[in-house]
Design a protein around this ligand. Sequence first.
Ligand SMILES: [Zn+2]
Length: 324
Amino acid sequence: MRIDCHVHLSGFTPGHGALSPRLLRSPQFRFLRWKFGIGEVGSQAELDLERLLISQLDSTPEIDAAVVLAFDAVYDKSGTRLDADTHFFVENDYVMEIAARNRKVLFGVSVHPYRRDAIAELERCVNRGAVLVKWLPITQGIDPSDRRCFEFYEALAHHKIPLLSHTGGEMMLPNVNQCADPVLLLPALRRGVTVIAAHCGTRSSPFGNDYVRQFVKMAIEHERFYGDTAALNLPARWHAYGSIFDDQRVMAKVVHGSDWAVMPIPPVARLGLSRSVQLMEEENWLRRDVLIKQAIGFDEAYWNRCATLLRITVPEHGHVAPHA
Ligand SMILES: [Zn+2]
């Protein structure tokens, strides 16, 4: 069972999600809209984006399922939601609906740990099939080492739900704190949570802060600490492949993630120019990301590791499902 653990969708209507005017105006978002032929943001654009993802998933035979990620709002330390600071928001219920109507979609929930109803919301979503919790601490305003998170970690450990937490840099969304270091996730590990450090601690720009060394150390030292390969096919993050392939102990702790709809660019220095050009010809970005990682040489265990972590089983016919 091969799972992509890191896929994004956007909601553009009340009850589904929102992008801030600032994000809608950003060159990255304009490029995606143009590339995918998405019209004015609204319910039609939502449907078009969902259809595009599902068609790319269906034409990626190497992948059996993808975890689509909800995205919670920014909250302050008192548990008050900060709408003015929230630039990207995807409702848990929207992703839940999409997972219910698409066989290959798994539900990735996002719950800000400072919310007063954080544990209730986590449990509501776990009962509806959530397979992991996604955080982006530097843009959602979370300090994973803050004691406000500890009770949430205990709930995650109790329900055996892994935490997929962004580490390293983030360019697309405005940063509200500096909590990018994987070491901040130690309190989650100490409470028995399985943690997947998204992006393996890589920087998001050539001169940004990079935490791959810290990621490597923690992956070796902590049994429950993993990393995903989301967006590693971006030039600023390519160097992580060196750290992964240099050490079998690190290789054994990495799971597959694309960060769709991020455009994958092959690491030219590893694959050579002609191979890279050939890979760029794959128009389906979800599949291009897979083909690049196959070309780099990820082993069979890598492709299957996520299903083990998420305890996913697949019946002969029908929905992939979280383990009862
Ligand atoms: Zn992401």
